[in-house]
Design a protein around this ligand. Structure first.
Ligand code: HMG
Ligand code: MG
Length: 289
């Protein structure tokens, strides 16, 4: 029986990286503060990537500088290389996340290099992080489908996941980048991954384009995965995954777990207030309230 799960809030990064409008730095800070007030203990605050590639998050250091930190909350940053890692540490990130892909074409479009080359870029990040005891999370994108290549082989996902864990990531988040995964394709992918790595090193990261994210989370739960990435208000997508919508909404997932008597330690009513008072005032809450 499942008693509790951990939600990893990725809205301020995965959500806001895809916003066509520039969101003011102070509004991003308010969002992160409201999320930690609501009980989210893991928050991906921003990314330290090239501002030419993702101008929406060019103020990552300012956002980190402005947030009110809670001692029991982990404030994380996405980084593509050593330069990003150094900037994240200087800004005060508690951990960093590196991001690889199971699809060659997506790797090229997203980070301008092959999967093998991306591992070369991540190796020094992991060595450096080890020296300064900085936890590193890994992502694998396109775990069932790629926006450019279609279906992705479960074995390709398993190999990239294993590689990231061997290099020193404490956890790998399996990303359904375009939200086309179904319980059948997610199960096949998990069978391949779990044949070589344990469930307690994995997380599920489901975009909800096809409306099946909750069913896919259910598949993960049945296979022993207990960490799920969510985005407040269902914000987001990926600028390099055309047509992908936001991650499954945090408030939807919290309510869904509550109905199953699975503890998230997140206050649903505070999430609803946040949607109204922080996202709603910026026109970001859409029809999620
Ligand atoms: P590049 O153009 O191949 O390499 O970019 P470069 O080394 O020539 O760098 C280009 C420019 O960026 C240079 O500036 C560098 O200095 C600068 P210039 O000389 O032209 O003025 N630069 C940086 N600036 C700030 N911070 C840095 C940094 N690194 C280089 N860290 C690179 C390669 C990886 C940098 C680029 O492709 C990039 O930034 N890509 C990021 C793409 C991205 O953020 N995508 C969205 C996140 S992934 C995602 O959403 C999926 C996920 O949610 C899981 C899922 O859903 O599947 C995680
Ligand atoms: Mg994502």
């Amino acid at each position: 029986m499942v008693d509790q799960v951990t939600l990893f809030e990725v809205g301020p990064r995965d959500g806001l990286q895809n916003e066509p409008r520039q969101i003011a730095t102070e509004n991003k800070i308010d969002l992160v503060n409201a999320l930690s007030e609501a009980g989210l203990k893991k928050i991906e605050v921003s990314s330290f990537v090239s501002p030419k590639w993702v101008p929406q998050l060019a103020d990552a250091a300012e956002v980190f500088a402005g947030i009110e930190r809670k001692d029991d909350t982990v404030y994380s940053a996405l980084v593509p290389n050593m330069r990003g890692c150094e900037a994240a540490i200087a800004a005060g990130a508690d951990e960093v996340a590196i991001f690889a892909s199971a699809s060659e074409t997506f790797s090229q479009r997203n980070i301008n290099c092959s999967i093998a080359k991306s591992m070369d870029r991540f190796a020094p990040v992991l060595e450096f992080a080890k020296d300064c005891s900085l936890p590193v999370r890994g992502y694998v994108s396109c775990v069932t489908d790629c926006p450019y290549e279609g279906s992705v082989s479960p074995n390709a996902v398993a190999m990239v996941t294993e590689h990231l864990l061997e290099m020193g990531c404490y956890e790998v988040s399996l990303g359904d980048t375009v939200g086309r995964g179904s319980p059948t394709s997610v199960r096949a992918m998990l069978d391949a991954v779990l044949s070589i790595v344990p469930a307690n090193c994995l997380a599920g990261h489901f975009h909800d384009t096809g409306g099946r994210a909750l069913e896919n989370i259910q598949e993960c739960l049945e296979k022993g995965i207990r960490v799920f990435d969510t985005s407040i208000g269902g914000l987001g997508g990926c600028p390099y995954a055309p047509g992908a919508s936001g991650n499954v909404a945090t408030e939807t997932v919290v309510q869904w777990f509550e109905q199953q008597k699975i503890e998230t330690h997140i206050d649903h009513s505070k999430l609803i207030e946040l949607l109204r008072d922080v996202l709603g005032t910026q026109g970001l809450a859409g029809d999620c309230e």
